[in-house]
Design a protein. Structure first.
Length: 283
């Protein structure tokens, strides 16, 4: 339909241009017809246009039938009147061409407005659908791996990592009222209200920023995608709270966000490529 409308406006402009050129052509023919009359000539080829010229002259004669003589030559102003009529018609066609341009631009503006309105409504609906879909994702899991910091790795310092892990778990249980599961050499925590994940992040950042002799690799995954959580956790970014792109996306829908996120990079995990992000504390 849009292409048809554009072709329609092009057709109108072409017709107006043709009619304007036709008016200019008949101005020329009428001028020659006038010269023939003044010189009392007999140009047979111009007689082909006599019906049109005579009709136009009959109309112009009713408008202005005045005539006068100069040097024995009779000047009939009906010819000049006819030329003026054709000039006015040509001018009208020129202005109508501007009208056609204006109507086409108006059509294009209206179409663009309707398109943007439709796009806005669709985007609004997509946003609402995305919010509804993301709001359903309330569960999230955390895997924590620990290891001794380099400064505490010497045996003479006598740091027991099991005792440190117990202190860590006791601290998390106290702050979140959630008990861990021993999982793949680390600890798995399960939570059920992603909207309040900032409270959990407060606890996790206290661990990372602590002076404990161990450091922490903390990985979070929204939903039940344990397989993806394992992939993230296996990268073991110590000193960071890492998440995948979908968890980062889900966090953007939280009404309150105390922390920001940043992309760490793309990592190859066996046959998969992981887009890894992390939570960052606001400075």
């Amino acid at each position: 339909m849009h292409k048809l409308m554009l072709k329609f406006f092009d057709f109108i402009r072409s017709c107006l241009y043709f009619l304007r050129m036709l008016a200019v052509f008949f101005i020329l023919i009428l001028t020659l017809y006038w010269i023939e009359n003044l010189t009392h000539g007999n140009w047979e080829w111009i007689n082909f246009f006599s019906p049109f010229n005579d009709l136009l002259l009959a109309i112009s004669d009713r408008i202005c039938s005045y005539s006068f003589e100069i040097f024995g030559i009779t000047f009939e102003l009906k010819y000049l009147t006819a030329v003026i009529i054709l000039t006015i018609i040509s001018y009208i066609f020129k202005k109508l061409n501007y009208v056609a341009d204006f109507l086409e631009n108006t059509y294009l503006r209206i179409r663009m407005f309707l398109h943007k309105t439709e796009e806005f409504v669709v985007n609004k609906q997509l946003q609402a659908d995305a919010e509804t879909e993301q709001a359903r994702l309330t569960k999230y899991n955390i895997i924590i791996y620990t290891e001794l910091k380099r400064n505490f790795s010497k045996e003479k310092l006598n740091v027991n990592i099991d005792e440190q892990n117990k202190l860590m778990n006791d601290f998390i249980i106290e702050k979140t009222n959630t008990k861990p599961l021993n999982y793949r050499g680390g600890f798995l925590y399960q939570f059920y209200d992603f909207e309040k994940i900032d409270d959990t992040l407060d606890v996790m950042f206290k661990l990372i920023n602590s002076d404990a002799p161990i450091r922490y690799s903390i990985s979070i995954q929204v939903g039940n995608n344990i397989e993806q959580l394992e992939k993230i956790a296996d990268l073991k970014h110590y000193g960071s709270i890492t998440i995948a792109a979908d968890t980062c996306y889900r966090y953007s829908f939280n009404k309150k966000r105390k922390y920001t996120t940043a992309q760490i990079g793309l990592f190859q995990y066996k046959d998969d490529t992981l887009e890894l992000h992390e939570f960052k504390q606001n400075l």
